[in-house]
Design a protein. Structure first.
Length: 132
């Protein structure tokens, strides 16, 4: 990785993770616009809450595995994220009637838990392998 002189290694990892998170969020936004999804909110405050929940959640959902990959070389969380996100995006692009993007948008916490469990499994396996 090319080093930026004005950022520490940890800051570079965080910056890379944020760029990946924002890019993923923009991809989901354009897919939602393409699919015609709308937030069913009764008030502007509820709409803002939905946008913050979905936006912050998906930013984290993409940034955390990227950070773990860049900073600690954890491969499993990124692989799991790519599979989950890839499936949601491919179903949406296929125009299937059972598109999961609306459900995936609100319930980002379930894939996040799966990604974090994968990170924990990889950490434990690395600890066991490196202890021998």
């Amino acid at each position: 990785m090319t080093s930026l002189p004005f950022l520490s290694t940890d800051q570079q990892s965080t910056a890379i993770a944020l760029v990946i998170g924002v890019s993923y969020l923009l991809i989901l936004y354009f897919l939602a616009r393409r699919g015609g999804y709308e937030l069913a909110a009764d008030t502007p405050q509820q709409r803002l809450l939905y946008l913050v929940w979905i936006g912050f959640g998906h930013l984290l959902l993409a940034a955390v595995p990227a950070y773990l990959l860049v900073e600690y070389s954890f491969v499993l969380p990124s692989g799991i994220f790519v599979m989950i996100a890839g499936y949601a995006v491919s179903v949406e692009l296929a125009g299937s009637a059972d598109s999961s993007l609306s459900i995936y948008g609100m319930f980002w916490l379930a894939p996040m838990v799966i990604v974090l469990i994968a990170a924990g499994i990889e950490y434990v396996l690395r600890s066991i392998v490196l202890s021998y």
